[in-house]
Design a protein around this ligand. Structure first.
Ligand SMILES: Nc1c(NC[C@H](O)[C@H](O)[C@H](O)CO)[nH]c(=O)[nH]c1=O
Ligand SMILES: CC(=O)[C@@H](O)COP(=O)(O)O
Length: 153
């Protein structure tokens, strides 16, 4: 038996968590995610967006959404850009660990759309220019994961 998740479904409720830090980049990730969701037939009324201060706060809000029972999947969007201190390393570590744990704890697929880059240029490249759009990628992954899980269950 081969299990695969299709990329189209009108019956999926999506929570999106956006970090406001580096909003220039994150707004572009959100635009990509909304584009991916809508062009794969997710109704706009099925999508909620929550804004939090920074990437470090994403896991808490994502977990609240996952546990609410109102969403079939949660997409996390942020941009952590290296500065002059080791703060970058701590933020990246906790955000990635925190987001990964939510899916395993709740059974709700949570997509990791947090850019972790050394420069703003690298971030912009992955938010709708030559590196694609990580938000769009996460949108399609979210649809696929929900459909896959429904096929397995
Ligand atoms: N430097 C970046 C941050 N830093 C802020 C933290 O995420 C957090 O909001 C703060 O430490 C208060 O708890 N956040 C980003 O999303 N991106 C960065 O580059
Ligand atoms: C990722 C960060 O927290 C970073 O942007 C903070 O910059 P700095 O290390 O120069 O304080």
């Amino acid at each position: 038996m081969i299990y695969e998740g299709k990329l189209v479904n009108t019956d999926i409720r999506v929570g999106v968590v956006c970090a406001r830090f580096n909003e220039l980049v994150v707004s572009r990730l959100l635009s990509g995610a909304m584009d991916g969701l809508k062009r794969h037939e997710i109704p706009e009324e099925n999508i909620d967006v929550a804004w939090c201060p920074g990437a470090f706060e994403i896991p808490l809000i994502a977990k609240k959404m996952a546990l609410s029972g109102r969403y079939d999947t949660v997409i996390c969007l942020g941009a952590v850009i290296r500065g002059a201190t080791s703060h970058y390393d701590y933020v990246c570590a906790e955000v990635s660990k925190g987001i990964a744990a939510i899916g395993l704890e709740t059974g709700v697929p949570v997509m990791f759309g947090v850019l972790t880059t050394d420069s703003i240029e690298q971030a912009l490249e992955r938010a709708g220019s030559k590196g694609g759009n990580k938000g769009y990628d996460c949108a399609l992954g979210a649809i696929e994961m929900v459909n896959l899980i429904r096929r397995i269950e």
